[in-house]
Design a protein around this ligand. Structure first.
Ligand code: PXP
Length: 254
């Protein structure tokens, strides 16, 4: 496979911190998980510093920046507190996500359309500081077009609705979501945006998304950390990597 066709894997380590925080202990350590992910073939590490600090902490971000040689993708809400933190650390990438305190996880994409000028102003200093900024959006043409206008370099398409429909056995919904993701990957790429995807991906759903040639990176966390309980983190990641590579190889040679 040409390097151009290779799909990057960003391993999200938030839920290592969730387990740690459940007991208020110092373990398991997300930085140790990041090192194992690196050895297992991850191309980057993703961590979401939420406003309520329910999993990743400020100290985790410091530790990741200090001890990791892989690029860090810092997920965060578009608040001035988070902008200050990102500008202090200057991670490789910043992914801007919507955040509601009462939600269990990031439930939808950003409403970029209608909030473009605020987001453009928010992105500019981050881009100027050298961070590659992405916007986490639903696979919707108006959001893709609006994201393009903000000056973001990347969009990350929310795969949650597709994954939920697949796991609930709602196959018509799954097909519709799949087609939306496929079409918006191509559309975003045609506008010059780099395309990432993620949320809720598992061994069952990763193959179909990996086959989209425009997708450059997947960010995967919750399933991998759960799977690590049974087979260890390195092996869980190896298997994900293998499924991604097989799917991409088949798509490229088809
Ligand atoms: N991408 C983004 C932007 C996210 O917010 C998340 C969840 O934090 C993920 C990917 C990873 O989702 P999951 O943990 O369900 O694999």
């Amino acid at each position: 496979m040409r390097e151009l066709d290779r799909l990057r894997l960003g391993v999200n380590i938030d839920h290592v911190a969730t387990v740690r925080n459940a007991r208020g202990s110092s373990y398991p350590d997300p930085v140790r998980a990041a090192r194992i992910a690196q050895e297992a073939g991850a191309d980057g590490i993703t961590a979401h510093l939420r406003e309520d600090r329910r999993h990743i902490s400020d100290a985790d971000i410091e530790g990741l920046m200090a001890h990791l040689s892989l690029p860090l993708n810092l997920e965060m809400a578009a608040t001035s507190e988070m902008q200050g933190i990102a500008l202090r650390h200057r991670p490789h990438a910043v992914c801007i996500v919507p955040e509601k305190r009462e939600e269990r996880t990031t439930e939808g994409g950003l409403e970029v359309s209608g909030d473009e000028s605020r987001l453009s102003d928010f992105i500019a200093p981050l881009a100027h500081a050298g961070c590659r900024v992405s916007l986490f959006i639903a696979a919707d043409p108006s959001q893709v077009e609006a994201a393009r206008r903000t000056g973001a370099a990347v969009v990350e398409l929310h795969t949650g609705a597709y994954c939920d429909a697949r796991s609930d056995g709602r196959f018509d919904d799954a097909r519709r979501e799949f087609e939306r993701l496929r079409d918006m990957s191509a559309f975003a790429h045609s506008l010059g945006l780099e395309v990432h995807a993620g949320h809720g991906l598992t061994y069952d759903t990763v193959r179909s998304i990996s086959a989209f040639p425009e997708v450059a990176e997947l960010n995967i966390g919750h399933f991998l950390i759960g799977e690590a309980v049974f087979r260890g983190l390195a092996e869980a990641i190896n298997e994900m990597r293998r499924l991604m590579d097989d799917s991409r190889r088949e798509a490229v040679s088809a």
